[in-house]
Design a protein around this ligand. Structure first.
Ligand code: ACO
Length: 311
């Protein structure tokens, strides 16, 4: 096929809302500190009964239903996650089975917070090569299980959720070239160690990198898609920190775009944050289906990826 396009998005968040004031009852923090430094007002946290597969099935099922495709038409399932509950099996085959998708290619992909953009770029390439007919691409995270609940520097930031997109072949390309990369020399800046240890990050180093290195990648994705930033209807950066989101948006200079600020109520859900944010923009009619949007992922690795898509 000449190209691939996105047919539909779907999202799922756990029911439990944890406010900043809730956290301040057991941590030495405050609503004011979290809002001003990170931009989060509340986040969703999954209970013990809800795992990555459950959230991925919910989000994936909604995207599939909206796409108009039947499970039989999907032959690839990718689950982007960096908070896997166990090293194997991958989550994707179980997610596919629970959605009634029989015998698809199915694997997990770990590019941390860039995971959804990496997975979308992978699905795009596989559809265009003819390997895949239609793909279900999911970002699903249960970050809460890897965050020390007593560490105020991380417990206030990370959260749980899942978002998904259905990708299929198209004569008119709806997914622009993916610009991606990584910086392994800085892999120690953000990591989850062995199963016994919690997420650890050098917040200031990640902040500096994200606010300086990511906008040029995003602009390169626009250039390679042949889209002027002024034509963008939406800019959807990974929801790491409101200050980072606004710095990236400022540097891109997309004057006519709505900038996703889903972090305010969703927290940092790593690979789930971009499709969750897109879903909210679409559900609230802040952007129209088919509108051009810039997706930007960045995080541990340090991995990054960006592409312009038609929503
Ligand atoms: N409440 C109150 N005070 C706090 C909290 C808290 N929750 N957390 C830290 N502090 C304190 C610190 O102890 C420090 O106190 P001190 O001055 O007495 O030493 C002070 O606040 C300032 O701490 P900094 O770390 O300098 O705060 P900063 O403004 O850098 O914000 C943050 C920290 C939010 C982590 C920021 O650096 C950031 O967002 N970095 C990017 C991290 C990121 O995006 N990570 C995810 C990438 S996605 C992925 O791949 C998973």
């Amino acid at each position: 096929r000449a190209g691939a396009r996105i047919l539909a998005f779907g999202a799922h968040q756990p029911a439990t809302v944890v406010s900043n004031d809730d956290l301040a009852t057991r941590l030495d923090t405050s609503d004011d500190w979290i809002r001003s430094r990170v931009g989060i007002a509340e986040r969703r946290i999954a209970g013990p009964e809800e795992g990555i597969v459950d959230m991925a099935v919910e989000a994936g099922g909604k995207a599939l239903a909206r796409s108009g495709l039947s499970p039989a038409e999907i032959d690839l399932v990718i689950v982007a996650t960096c908070s896997a509950e166990s090293p194997m099996p991958a989550h994707a085959p179980t997610v596919a089975h629970r959605l009634g998708i029989e015998a698809p290619g199915a694997f997990d992909l770990n590019a941390a917070c860039a995971g959804f953009c990496y997975a979308l770029g992978t699905a795009d390439g596989l559809v265009r090569s003819g390997t895949t007919g239609s793909a279900l691409v999911i970002g699903a995270e249960k970050m809460s299980q890897w965050v020390d609940p007593d560490d105020r520097s991380t417990a206030v930031i990370f959260a749980d959720g899942a978002g998904a997109a259905v990708v299929t072949g198209a004569d008119e390309p709806g997914i622009g070239p993916t610009v991606w990369g990584s910086l392994g020399s800085h892999a120690d800046k953000l990591m989850i160690g062995s199963r016994a240890s919690y997420l650890a990050q050098d917040g200031q180093a990640v902040f500096r990198w994200a606010t300086s290195a990511i906008a040029p990648v995003a602009l390169d994705a626009c250039r390679r898609a042949g889209v002027d930033p002024a034509e963008l209807a939406a800019v959807v950066p990974h929801q790491a920190n409101l200050r980072i989101i606004r710095a990236i948006a400022r540097a891109i200079g997309a004057a006519n775009a709505v900038v996703a600020e889903d972090i305010v109520t969703a927290g940092n859900t790593s690979a789930a944050s971009v499709p969750l944010a897109v879903s909210r923009l679409l559900d609230r009619h802040e952007v129209a289906p088919g509108a051009p949007a810039l997706l930007v992922g960045f995080g541990a690795g340090l991995a990054y990826a960006a592409q312009v898509v038609r929503l």
